[in-house]
Ligand binder design. Structure first.
Ligand SMILES: Nc1ncnc2c1ncn2[C@@H]1O[C@H](COP(=O)(O)OP(=O)(O)OP(=O)(O)O)[C@@H](O)[C@H]1O
Ligand SMILES: [Mg+2]
Ligand SMILES: [Zn+2]
Length: 476
């Protein structure tokens, strides 16, 4: 026997089996019980939330051989045929392929006939927003003078494309994604019926990945069972979904706390090599920095590996990482951009120790935003823009991430060694847009040397990195 997907196999056969959609289910089943069903409904909502499913359930409710009911038997010939999609009084019209006036004309004609087998004819118009204007107009006439024993259900993923004239003649239900808990329970129900072993965390991952879509949840589950070799475990599901393992995230955060930059660079390298989407990873990291900050600042409590003394470091890390994310979206070399962002944190060590100096009352340095790195007359951002046009986006990206220092001799551009050669290659072009001679230096070498230098050098670095200036000094 051919393999039947979970979505098909577990398509709800009655209202009780529907996941979420409480308002829709309740209103419709009451309307059926009270004989107050409207003659036309719009079911609006994103894919795989149960629009077609519920339309079929109503068809059963109205045509079950045991009488009109909100609990159709599911066993009589009519119920079975409706489930199979072969019931002659249920018309499933795909407006995406039958958008025209002729299709609606034949529907109009059909409307005047009495049902063949059941009590009600039900027209389920899928993707209703795809109908042409003429088709809508023709349909409107029918909706204005509805012949008895006909029910129209217009299903759409794009409610705003349904003309107001139609909308005002229908009762509209908005289908909303069920909660994660509801989706997890739904998956559990399937797995228990199938007697398949699972790990709770794997279901959590699927519930996150399906973005509220019930059909999507079921099809991810199909894949997860196969991928997991007959069971649904966390590890293989993670792999299947390309989710970055939690351990790696935790490892990253721990090394971030310890400012173990080499390790951070390595983690990014490895993830990239294993084919993970680095942007997804970066987003997860930003999210966890954000939530750490939030609980550190608002609740004043430790968060994961971080404590109060890390707040300032996290704020700046957040800034730098966010900037990197924006750049990564625009450039190809995401790995480079993220690794560079990490390397930039090296200068922050000095910031933290500076804070300590501040506490001890030595120099008082305030950070203030300034739009330019150097003298007023030279606009580096404009220069980078021009260089980018001539030398390409990667060069511009590398420059944006670089630390640029100016002295009497000219400019020194400090970059990670992965892009240093690239910049050196384009030095001709870069040089054209700087007012003074330009030198490219590798960040690694520079920072090694820096260790032995005096503290006020580090003040310069901080100023440079945050584009700040010294406002005042406190006397010792
Ligand atoms: N609310 C739900 N409860 C339980 N299962 C659901 C629900 N919604 C969708 N499903 C599952 O997803 C499958 C597809 O659902 P359905 O065809 O009703 O979605 P739809 O909203 O009509 O989507 P589309 O807009 O793509 O037509 C069903 O076979 C069922 O297994
Ligand atoms: Mg549908
Ligand atoms: Zn029945």
């Amino acid at each position: 026997m051919a393999y039947e997907s979970f979505a098909r196999k577990y398509r709800p056969k009655n209202f009780e089996e529907v996941v979420g959609q409480e308002t829709v289910v309740r209103t419709l089943s009451n309307a059926i019980k009270l004989d107050r069903l409207s003659h036309a409904y719009i079911f609006a909502g994103s894919r795989g939330l149960g629009k077609t499913t519920i339309a079929r359930i109503i068809t059963k409710c109205l045509n079950c051989e045991n009488g009109i009911t909100d609990k159709p038997c599911g066993r009589c010939e009519n119920c079975v045929e409706i489930e199979k999609g072969s019931f002659p009084d249920m018309y499933e019209i795909d407006a995406a392929s039958n958008r025209g006036i002729d299709d609606i004309r034949s529907l109009k004609e059909n409307v005047s006939y009495s049902p063949i087998k059941g009590r009600y004819k039900v027209y389920i118009i899928d993707e209703a927003h795809m109908l042409t204007r003429e088709a809508f107009n023709a349909l409107l006439k029918t909706l204005e003078e509805p012949p008895p024993n006909n029910l129209f259900i217009l299903a759409t993923t794009e409610l705003h494309k349904i003309p107001d004239t139609i909308r005002s003649r229908c009762q509209t239900f908005i289908f909303r994604p069920p909660s994660k808990t509801q989706i997890k329970d739904y998956l559990k129900r399937i797995l228990e019926k199938e007697k398949i072993n699972y790990e709770e965390e794997a279901l959590e991952l699927i519930a996150n990945a399906c973005e509220g879509g019930v059909r999507d949840a079921a099809s991810i589950l199909d894949q997860a069972v196969i991928y997991g070799g007959g069971e649904v475990n966390k590890e293989s599901t993670q792999e299947l979904l390309g989710v970055i393992p939690e351990e790696i995230q935790k490892d990253f955060m721990k090394n971030l706390k310890d400012k173990n930059l080499k390790e951070l660079v390595k983690i990014i390298e490895n993830l990239d090599r294993e084919g993970y989407d680095l942007t997804v990873f970066w987003n997860q990291i930003l999210e966890s920095i954000h939530s750490s900050l939030l609980s550190l600042i608002t609740e004043e409590k430790e968060s994961g590996v971080f404590s109060e003394e890390d707040v300032e470091f996290l704020i700046y890390t957040n800034d730098i990482f966010k900037k990197a994310l924006i750049e990564a979206r625009a450039f190809h070399d995401k790995k480079d951009i993220f690794q560079l962002a990490v390397l930039k944190l090296r200068f922050m060590k000095n910031l933290v120790s500076l804070e300590e100096i501040l506490k001890n009352g030595i120099p008082d340095i305030k950070k203030e935003k300034k739009t330019e790195h150097t003298e007023e007359s030279f606009d580096i951002q404009k220069a980078v823009l021009k260089i980018g046009k001539e030398a390409g986006g990667i060069v511009a990206g590398a420059l944006k991430n670089a630390s640029i220092k100016e002295d009497e001799e000219g400019f020194t551009i400090l970059v990670d060694k992965t892009v240093a050669d690239l910049l050196k290659d384009k030095l001709d072009i870069i040089g054209k847009y700087f007012p003074k001679p330009v030198k490219i230096e590798e960040l690694e070498i520079k920072t090694e040397r820096k260790k032995q230098k005096k503290r006020d050098e580090s003040v310069d670095k901080v100023l440079e990195l945050f584009q700040g200036k010294i406002i005042s000094y406190k006397e010792e």
